[in-house]
Ligand binder design. Sequence first.
Ligand SMILES: Nc1ncnc2c1ncn2[C@@H]1O[C@H](COP(=O)(O)OP(=O)(O)OP(=O)(O)O)[C@@H](O)[C@H]1O
Ligand SMILES: [Mg+2]
Length: 292
Amino acid sequence: MTMMIEAYKLSRSFKAKKAVVDSSFNVRRGEIFGLLGPNGAGKTTTIRMLTGQIDPDSGSAIVAGCDVVKDRAHLKERIGVVFEEQNLYERLSARNNLEFSRWLYGLPKSRVDEVLELVHLRERARERVSTFSNGMKQRMVIARALLHRPPMLFLDEPSRGLDPISARTIRETIKLLSEEGMTILLTTHLMDEADQLCQQVAFIVDGRVVANDAPRNLKLAHGRHELVVTLKEDVNSSHTMHDVTLKIDDVADQKRLTEWMAQGDVLAIHSREATLEEVFIKIAGISPLQNG
Ligand SMILES: Nc1ncnc2c1ncn2[C@@H]1O[C@H](COP(=O)(O)OP(=O)(O)OP(=O)(O)O)[C@@H](O)[C@H]1O
Ligand SMILES: [Mg+2]
């Protein structure tokens, strides 16, 4: 099984509202896949269908080898799910929170320390969750979702509401899990985060997948193809400098660059790739943070 998710023409409406429309995409085993889109685009609805929480109106999906409608019991064993709302037992310690779930699953006691270790909370195991920061609580929720060793993890906005440092710690945790072979589907509003983490992303607008590719390919395809050349201001001194932007595929600009290089005027050359956010705005015609 090379594909961990095969979603084919998934659709779901809520009354007159078409939340997800003919959504098809694949997620390869071991990959971090990002679902990106503005508020109300249909990301959470997609995750809810892929995790067997709601039925699609039409279309189908196989997740970790299980049909999301017909094979729900097996599906639950093979996935971990972290949703926007966390519900931890605030008055219990980190260990006891997980201990309760471990007991429900019938897993060995040692598994609690293993998952605490995975999210770097082993040292804090005895402390009450009510004393934890939001970032630590988020790691606790991830730890709980990992207890039963699922090969596939769904994270709906894992860095939501976190300060930059905590968000970074969560990203490190996600990377670590991925390196250990876990397949991860996440949603995020942070395009930089998606760019850093995801091998593939799907942009969703009004319930439809409007682009699906590696971030790098998207940036190249929609980029500006420009170079920023830093030149010496004064031929006798490299202390003053100025930047000139050149178009990579413009013949006149290519000639200018060759001349400057031959004259020894060039101090530095940088390629100016589009950011994923710029690609998003171009493809979707809207900002990723715009309300939908
Ligand atoms: N249970 C529900 N009942 C009615 N409408 C719903 C329900 N769940 C989702 N919707 C609607 O479906 C659309 C998609 O919602 P969804 O939560 O999937 O968006 P999202 O991409 O996760 O947005 P956000 O980035 O804000 O989390 C929205 O218009 C939302 O109001
Ligand atoms: Mg959502």
